[in-house]
Ligand binder design. Structure first.
Ligand SMILES: [Zn+2]
Length: 330
């Protein structure tokens, strides 16, 4: 198994957390509250979506809005009850339609461009390394295009000769049936699930659909939040990255690997290439002067950019950053 490290420049702290993201968090929380209160949305209780451990054996992570647990076996953080996928998709579509213009413009800034280039490089480098004997000529993007309207344009500019198919969020359809049909009718060489499993009511069903309907040897590129990240470790539910509606599943490396292998996937590559943990934590501890965590509050208040960068590299190397990537093979 390959576990690459991505040493990049650290972003500027001012781009990491801002009033815009506070507005985003509040809007997401309101949407989730409305789903809870509307009386018609079906919700169901569940076990750990990673290793399957019963939730009675897991500790509480957060009780705000809906209960979240932290699995004592695999460390995955998960909503202990989730709505059905259809009302969740309808809410996502509505929140996207309501997004103010300024928000969309701010989103199209350099951080997003960096993420796009990073995803395209990931596919290109994996293609060179994986030695599957065939190029990844056709990629199927599942829903990342809906979350990031600028993504298809970036693909057109930057993806060179690779063919792309976009399967956007379509709230009035049957998403897994649509996905299965697409996989059968125009089989891709690779499927991209970027930041999608975090929001899914049933990540197992999504991965199972791909496993059942994609040709053997298809690569699946999965990027999700990582519960093993230092930010969740230190700040827990106070972590700025914890937006419950967007984080119904925050898998750990161990939990996601158990899920993927249990479904019969090969895991070709695991990495935690996050760049933001150290910068987010420094911002947190400098903004909230009363926050006191042994060792870490002093470390982050005094750290210069070199020290932050060294820590970020250590986190990537030790699979402890807040973003993780898996390359799976069917
Ligand atoms: Zn678990």
């Amino acid at each position: 198994m390959y576990t690459p490290v991505f040493i990049d420049e650290l972003p500027d702290a001012s781009t990491v957390s801002s009033r815009k993201s506070e507005l985003y968090r509040l809007t997401r929380a309101r949407g989730l509250t409305e789903l809870l209160l509307d009386g018609t949305t079906p919700w169901h209780d569940r076990a750990c979506p990673g290793c399957g451990q019963d939730r009675s054996q897991s500790g509480n992570f957060s009780q705000a809005l809906i209960p979240f647990h932290r699995c004592s076996h695999c460390n995955t953080i998960y909503a202990a009850k989730v709505p059905a996928q259809a009302p969740l998709d309808a809410l996502r579509a509505r929140l996207q339609a309501e997004r103010p213009e300024a928000h969309a413009e701010a989103d199209a800034g350099s951080r997003q461009e960096f993420e796009f280039v990073s995803v395209l490089n990931w596919i290109r480098l994996t293609e060179a390394r994986a030695a599957t004997g065939r190029p990844l000529a056709q990629v199927l993007d599942y829903r990342f295009c809906s979350e990031n309207p600028a993504w298809p344009g970036a693909v057109a500019r930057l993806a060179q000769n690779r063919g792309w198919q976009f399967l956007p969020l379509a709230p009035d359809s049957e998403p897994l049936a649509d996905l299965a049909r697409t996989l059968r009718q125009s089989p891709p060489d690779a499927v991209l699930l970027n930041a999608e499993l975090d929001r899914s009511a049933d990540p197992r069903a999504l991965l199972q659909t791909i496993r059942d309907h994609a040709p053997e040897g298809t690569l699946v590129f999965v990027a999700t939040s990582c519960a093993d990240g230092l930010e969740y470790e230190i700040l827990g539910a106070d972590s700025p990255s914890f937006v419950p509606l967007d984080r119904l599943n925050v898998f750990s490396v161990k939990g996601f690997e158990a899920l993927a292998r249990g479904l019969g996937y090969d895991c070709l590559e695991i990495s935690t290439p996050g760049r933001l943990d150290a910068v987010i934590l420094q911002r947190y501890f400098t903004e909230i002067e009363s926050a006191a965590v042994p060792f870490w509050s002093g470390f982050f208040r005094e750290a210069d950019r070199d020290r932050l960068r060294d820590l970020q590299i250590l986190l990537q190397r030790s699979l402890r950053s807040g973003v993780m990537r898996f390359v799976l093979k069917t």
